[in-house]
Design a protein around this ligand. Sequence first.
Ligand code: BGC
Length: 722
Amino acid sequence: MKWNAKWIKPVQEHQDIAPVFSREFRVKKELKHAELKCTVLGVYEARLNGNRIGDFYMAPGWTAYNHRLQVQSYDVTSLIKEENHLTILIGKGWYRNPLADWARKYQKEMMKFPAACTAVLTLTYLDGSQEIIETDEQWTCADSQVLFSELYDGEIVDGRVIPVYDHKVELFDGPTHTLIEQEGEEIREMEILHPMRLIVTPKQEVVLDFGQNLTGLVEVCVDAHENDVIDLSFAEVLDKDGNFYTENYRGAKAMYRYICHEGKQTHHPKLTFWGFRYVRVNEFPGTVSMDQFKAIAIYSNMKQTGHIETSNSRLNQLFSNVLWGQKGNFVDVPTDCPQRDERLGWTGDAQVFVKTACLNYDVETFFMKWLNDLSAHQHEDGYVPHVVPDVLQNPHASTAWGDAAVICPWEVYLAYGNPQVLENQFESMCKWIDYMSTHTTTPYLWTGGTHYGDWLGLDAPSGSYKGSSSEDLIASAFYARSVELTIKAAEVLYKDASELKELYRKIKQTFQKTFTEYRTQTECVLAAHFKLAEDPQKAADHLAEKVRKAGHLETGFVGTPYLLHVLSDYGYSELAYDLLLKETYPSWLYPVTKGATTVWEHWDGIMANGDFWSADMNSFNHYAYGSVCDWIYTKAAGIQTKEEAPGYQKIRIAPIPDKRLDWLRVSVQTRAGVVESNWKKQEDMWRFDITVPTEAEIIINGKTMQVQKGTSCFFAPVSDKL
Ligand code: BGC
């Protein structure tokens, strides 16, 4: 974007203290309109005459900063007075924060940047004249109340500090060619939660339980004396003895310390957030009372579109857990987890969850912005980073992680029907295919790479995070899948797909010659779901056999999203429901029986005996396995968009009821209108009530029917296979 304003930075070093920039100005004429545009290297909170400007928490969000930095525009007309004071408080944010240990190499460069800001305030008067106030040497700066603020470690605030704006600022040669208009959804304070319990643990610690694992802030209200201290720590779970447990946060200190001034005060941090359910009160003036605390859930401003409700309360809790997993990890970037010293935009996790994400919430804007960052950080040779924004810079791309470049735009297109996302990403999709084609030891397969494999698969050899599935098979299957989807994208965009089609034909042929046996559940899943096996039905039969033999799923990140689909698509719906409704470890409902309120990273994050799986990699808010909801929407309820008419312009509804559920009610607010698929048992009949916003094809009991817009009702005998 065109940007003429200068960047400013403090002349003196502020060390860990967050500086606050200041500009006073007078409005002499009658004002028609006032607009502030600004951005910073870090995160900021802007105020005019003491009032917070806008609702964007952690603005300007997280992008591939060396290519793209978002500028926000705010209408501040209603905040302007005759005498005005504009302030911009700046924290390290994602820009200058020391992120994961293994990211320090790249980040060292970013951390050298100062807390700089650039802003333009345009005052338009009733007489048509304009006045422009920009960042320049007339601004001043002060030490703010925020003594320390980092993403992993939390915040220290001194409420006694009254900033004195007498520090000089100087011009800084900040980035202007990378500035872009705000593209993503704003992160906002979306929900307020109150503590449900105050616990005194066996270790005699005072702990508040908010009843929900969430991502956000805690606000505290106290009547205190000057120098009193509030000191809090954050945790997702209690251990089996009921004590506060933070080992799984690894290096993240996740603390909050507030030094009070005299009198009544309400405070919450401004430049950081935590992932937590429990808050330990380490220091507090007087007796802790629950009504002095509030949790504020922050996440990207996305609208919920999907609803799932069934007669099984544990399944309903699972759906709630999946929603909270999405809320907590859709904080401008789709992250793996919001609590430990990681919180990165892992491409693999996003790819696994994207379809469910698009059904639960309207995330088109969210993903379009993140995918632009993916393309920005993709290398010339097509390499797709493991995380976007790429703070890791791994030397090799990984299958199923890099494929986010293709799978995410395709799913976003299918969900919302807007080809723009394909238009934006097509070049990136093709580059990713080139990368795979040129980084293999075998033509028409992807072999010999370095991958994450079927990450966290239960069939992993002891001591490994990677399931037992062949990495060459997984990589070749995803190579085929990405080519297949890129062909579809090319067709949507009226581009020539002939070379891609030939490539796909050869990959499939080579795959069939090379991979004749499928040894693991995930191998069967991929061979059948991507239709790469010579006989996909046989691969699915084999899968069913393996699932029955094991008595449970064994899949990791790669196989899990498609597992139930393969079972129900190839005649094993009952087995799919066995897995969905299973309550003992390992299963989706097992964590629910253990009190989970979000989706766990591991099937056995808390083991049956109450022990933790490990301290090292044990997030209780990892959305990947929440991808099972896509099966509930599209198979159990049967709500599908036709590929040739995406965005539910043409709909197919093919529900699969199961006797173990008395009823199921699912709806999706699509761009075409609300689609609803309900079924319930009525004596020995299934009753289906289906609402569609447009003409639709309904398949019940093997019979296909066309219905018009509106609600239709159908019956089928319960005993029949559907
Ligand atoms: C993350 C995962 C991620 C993985 C890569 C982990 O540390 O939390 O979700 O995809 O690394 O294997």
